[in-house]
Design a protein around this ligand. Structure first.
Ligand SMILES: [Zn+2]
Length: 161
């Protein structure tokens, strides 16, 4: 994200360094990663993936999830996104991994990855998910997976035994 004008006083912003902006009246802004949450649902050694219906990386596969809203915890965001994108109810989430995804040239997301210890329902694609597929956990290491997440395949393998 490129910040151009101050939202407090509308003065032009000057970029101090890679992440920090300031206006002539001293209002400061930081281009920080946006928090997101996603969930690994496993069944018979396979992981549930969503095909992205929107850019960036439209057509590639991701763990279902999305951005954390202002008044949500990452756990609440993960459960909401799972309901919206997969129709699944995921009452018990275990923290699996935290990492940073650079999803555009100047935009990043701090991504919290959960494992759904229990889940209910039949997967039905909705919202930003164009389709849902089951894939062997090794799929997350291929180029068809939208973002490289270090350790993800190992963590999923450990969960599938
Ligand atoms: Zn200002």
């Amino acid at each position: 994200m490129k910040f151009r004008y101050c939202t407090e006083c509308a003065a032009p912003l000057e970029q101090r360094d890679a992440t920090e902006y300031v206006c002539a009246n001293g209002h400061e802004y930081w281009n920080e990663p946006h928090a997101s949450a996603c969930v690994a649902v496993l069944r018979d050694g396979q992981v549930l993936l969503a095909r992205r219906g929107i850019e960036p990386r439209k057509g590639k596969y991701v763990l279902p999830g999305g951005f954390v809203e202002f008044d949500e915890t990452p756990y609440e965001a993960a459960r909401r996104e799972m309901r919206e994108e997969t129709g699944l109810d995921c009452p018990e989430l275990d923290l699996l991994e935290v990492h940073t995804i650079r999803y555009r040239e100047n935009e990043a997301s701090l991504s919290v990855v959960f494992h759904a210890r229990h889940w209910k329902g039949e997967p039905t694609a909705g919202d930003d998910a164009a389709a849902l597929v089951w894939r062997p956990v090794e799929f997350v290491e291929t180029d068809e997976f939208a973002w490289h997440i270090p350790n993800l395949a190992d963590r999923l393998r450990a969960l599938t035994g």
